[in-house]
Design a protein around this ligand. Structure first.
Ligand SMILES: Nc1ncnc2c1ncn2[C@@H]1O[C@H](COP(=O)(O)OP(=O)(O)OP(=O)(O)O)[C@@H](O)[C@H]1O
Length: 318
């Protein structure tokens, strides 16, 4: 279990991590999201005892990293895949890690196998491709067979095969009951990998919720309703506290209500429904909305690539 309690880091007068309190649950992949400079890497470094909190605590199984007996058996991390001696072979790199951390040497072959590097184990790490380097970094994280894994941007720069492999690995580590904490810029990637999301902006917690809730809470998640009695239904939905946008003819776009609630309101009002269809925001849209005010260096305003206000693609409009 990783617990962040009012975790704060200041550099000079800049607050980089601001009273962050989060508990990361085992058996789940928790995605750690935030715009550039939000404080993700700094948070992860504090969990590993590489940076000292200015205030608050980052605890691993209830203790600061420095007080753990066999830290690599508790938590394994990939922060910087390039932190490998280029002249060492992959196998020797892992052996050195195992020796200096009191881990059994037989683990080296196990983790080489897990990450698919057995064939190239005796090649020098300096000659490895980016993807092989990432795999070696992950092998190092797995060496102590820890219950907690933390990866900082593990898919950065990987080809689709590498991305798929890491996704599968994270899912299977969580399925074994481990705590998996992974930062990423790739929302689409998190949408398929994470169960839970922790979103920060300018060091502050913005959201800590299951991914489904983050998407549901987006104002871009809507329901399209078609009815021959749009005035009546609009009235009843407004009374029930939902927001309704009229689309001319028989179409309403409803936000703030689930399919079930909208169906219930229509049924009670005796309104006939011809279509009731969900329009889910993508995680990307929900995320952009959440972090809009936390982006440190925004690009000059551009409409390009922005989601339409109701989250419905132009091509879906009829
Ligand atoms: N050693 C340091 N001294 C001063 N400022 C620092 C130091 N390390 C990080 N920062 C600042 O802290 C802020 C947060 O950085 P951090 O790397 O934690 O963000 P991040 O969310 O991981 O961003 P990215 O996604 O771009 O990696 C940035 O503004 C960064 O410039």
């Amino acid at each position: 279990m990783i617990s962040l309690r009012d975790l704060t880091k200041r550099y000079g007068d800049k607050v980089v991590v601001d009273r962050l309190s989060v508990e990361l649950a085992p058996g789940k992949v928790t995605g750690f999201l935030g715009p550039n400079g939000a404080g993700k890497s700094t948070t992860m470094r504090m969990v590993l005892g590489l940076d000292r909190p200015t205030a608050g605590q980052a605890l691993v199984d209830g203790k600061p990293y420095a007080e753990l007996h066999h830290p690599m058996r508790r938590i394994g991390a990939l922060l910087d895949a390039k932190a490998v001696h280029p002249g060492r072979t992959a196998r020797n790199h892992l052996k050195a890690m195992a020796r200096s951390n009191g881990l059994p040497l037989r683990r080296v072959d196990d983790v080489l196998e897990t990450v698919g590097l057995t064939e190239v184990a005796d090649r020098r790490a300096g000659k490895f491709s980016l993807g092989m380097g990432q795999r070696l970094g992950i092998a190092g994280a797995l060496l102590g067979d820890p219950e907690i894994l933390m990866f900082d941007e593990p898919v950065n720069g990987l080809d689709p095969d590498g991305v798929r492999w890491i996704r599968g690995l994270m899912r299977s580590l969580a399925a074994e009951g481990r705590t998996v904490f992974v930062s990423s810029h790739l929302m689409s990637e998190m949408q398929t990998t994470a169960d839970q999301l922790v979103v920060i902006g300018k060091g502050k917690l913005i959201a800590d919720a299951p991914i489904t809730e983050v998407i549901e809470a987006s104002s871009l998640t809507a329901v399209r309703v078609r009815t021959p009695q749009p005035d009546e239904l609009e009235q009843q939905l407004l009374v029930a506290g939902m927001r309704v946008e009229r689309r001319g003819g028989d179409e309403l776009i409803v936000t703030g209500g689930t399919l079930d609630r909208i169906g219930g309101v229509a049924h009670q009002a005796g309104v006939r429904i011809n279509e009731l269809s969900p329009r889910e925001a993508s995680l990307e849209q929900a995320y952009m909305e959440l972090t809009a005010s936390s982006v440190e260096f925004a690009a000059p305003s551009s409409q390009e690539g922005q989601a339409p206000a109701d989250g419905i693609d132009e091509k879906e409009r009829v």
